[in-house]
Design a protein around this ligand. Structure first.
Ligand SMILES: NC(=O)c1ccc[n+]([C@@H]2O[C@H](COP(=O)([O-])OP(=O)(O)OC[C@H]3O[C@@H](n4cnc5c(N)ncnc54)[C@H](O)[C@@H]3O)[C@@H](O)[C@H]2O)c1
Length: 418
């Protein structure tokens, strides 16, 4: 089939490459000429897609990255994998709208459109469907098929990927569901059907809200346990020995990326907008997680105070700018907020993260360095924010004067964990 994947990011690129490997003719459409240029040159910016795999897909003639809208013509299946950010705390669906408008101009009878971007329940039927109908003059369900299938990809996860992670599929009616299930059955191991796009949209938000709330619970516990002089990490390890009814979450400097800081807000916005009620768990979890960078800074301030030092003038080396280990994604990363707060207090902040290759948004003045023995020796304090496996922890432990480890990667007399 002729497949268009609109949006070539963390979600769209792996899907496009997989569809090409399964024998489809895939157009990877993106508005970012820089990204498309890198893809065309065989350069991958998504760690789950190795350059060899990308080059093979392009070389097969079945995968064409493009910024040219005309290349999207005559598609059988189109997947929308564009960003769904918040603007001033409100869902910004302008990218989804733009994609749907573009696709509507190429929509033909019998074609299928699937929204994959994370969004609030109702988006596929209330927003995407009408845009497609208006631009094409066709009717959803009668003339073309429409549905929602949330992406669950976990970038950098060595075990679970696009193929072996069960894929929830839905359609606006029976025919749409059948078409969409058939397509995904051809590219992933398992599909899970639900009766309408609304349930599929909500399923994705349940998953991410569950994570956000549980991380917040453990973060709050970690702060309280520290003041109670209890080792929360040991307590979590002990609780994790229970084989049922408990799931392990660990504290950290906050949440980041494209999902946890954003997706639950889509749900709470919808609840507030439609029902006039607040979704209190989401708000509490956001509040706790958003304040974790302040807590990291407070813990460093406390440690410096004990040495009769101030944050101002102190040289601090931050390790890990990405929001989680072994990935290069620094979007909404709490590490960037920690850097900003420390700089405001007068610290000389330097940061090392070999995984983060794209520019870090949100704090332009950040000094990026390579992790060397000299950098560690010259720092008055080192803060581990993302515990990438490729950091040399023995070297860090040996040469650092003081380490605040937000991930409990290390232990020792001059090391504190949060
Ligand atoms: N990153 C994840 O781990 C993950 C996991 C599951 C779901 N999601 C969801 O998937 C969606 C995409 O996320 P992502 O991480 O891939 O984002 P991304 O920013 O990595 O990629 C999105 C791409 O879409 C492009 N784009 C923007 N407007 C476009 C348009 N009108 N037409 C074509 N391309 C356009 C951007 O240039 C960018 O390359 C979001 O809704 C996100 O919440 C992300």
């Amino acid at each position: 089939m002729r497949v268009v994947v609109a949006g070539q990011g963390y979600v769209g690129l792996p899907l496009a490459v997989r569809a090409a490997e399964c024998g489809h003719d895939v157009v990877g459409y993106d508005v970012d000429a820089g990204r498309v240029g890198r893809l065309t040159a065989g350069e991958s910016y998504v760690e789950d897609i190795r350059p060899e795999r990308l080059l093979e897909a392009i070389g097969s003639g079945r995968f064409k990255p493009t910024t040219n809208v005309a290349d999207c013509a005559d598609f059988d299946v189109a997947l929308i994998t564009v960003p769904t950010p918040l603007r001033d705390g409100i869902p910004d669906l302008s990218y989804v709208e733009a994609s749907a408008e573009m696709l509507s101009r190429h929509l033909k009878r019998g074609a299928t459109v699937v929204l994959e971007s994370t969004t609030y329940p109702g988006t596929t039927e209330e927003l995407v469907g009408p845009i497609l109908e208006k631009g094409s003059g066709l009717t959803a369900g009668t003339d073309f098929y429409l549905g929602f299938s949330p992406e669950r990809i976990d970038p950098g996860n060595p075990t679970w990927n696009v193929v072996n992670t069960p894929k929830i599929v839905s359609g606006i009616d029976e025919h749409s569901l059948k078409k969409i299930k058939e397509f995904y059955d051809g590219i992933v191991d398992t599909t899970v059907t639900v009766s309408s796009p609304r349930e599929a949209e909500l399923a994705k938000l349940i998953e991410n809200t569950f994570r956000s709330v549980n991380i917040a619970l453990i973060n709050e516990l970690a702060m309280l346990a520290h003041d109670l002089n209890v080792d929360v990490w040991q307590a979590i390890d002990a609780a994790s020995s229970k084989p049922f009814g408990f799931m392990r979450f660990t504290p950290g400097p906050g949440v980041g990326g494209h999902c946890l800081p954003i997706d639950p807000a889509y749900l709470s916005w919808r609840v507030q907008r439609t029902l006039g009620q607040s979704f209190r768990f989401v708000e509490l979890a956001n509040d706790i997680n958003n304040h974790m960078p302040d807590y990291v800074v407070r813990r460093l301030t406390d440690a410096l105070n004990r040495r009769q030092r101030s944050v101002s003038g102190t040289r601090v080396l931050l390790l890990g700018l990405a929001y989680k280990k072994n990935t290069g994604d620094a979007r909404e990363s709490p590490a960037v907020r920690v850097a900003e707060l420390l700089t405001q207090l007068g610290a000389q902040v330097r940061a090392a993260d070999p995984h983060v290759v794209e520019p870090v948004h949100g704090f332009a003045e950040l000094t990026r360095v390579e992790l060397t023995e000299q950098e560690v020796k010259d720092a008055d304090a080192v803060i581990i924010l993302a515990d990438h496996d490729l950091f040399d922890y023995d070297m860090i432990r040996t040469h650092a004067k003081y380490i605040l480890d937000t991930r409990r990667r290390l232990s020792g007399a001059h090391i504190e964990v949060i």
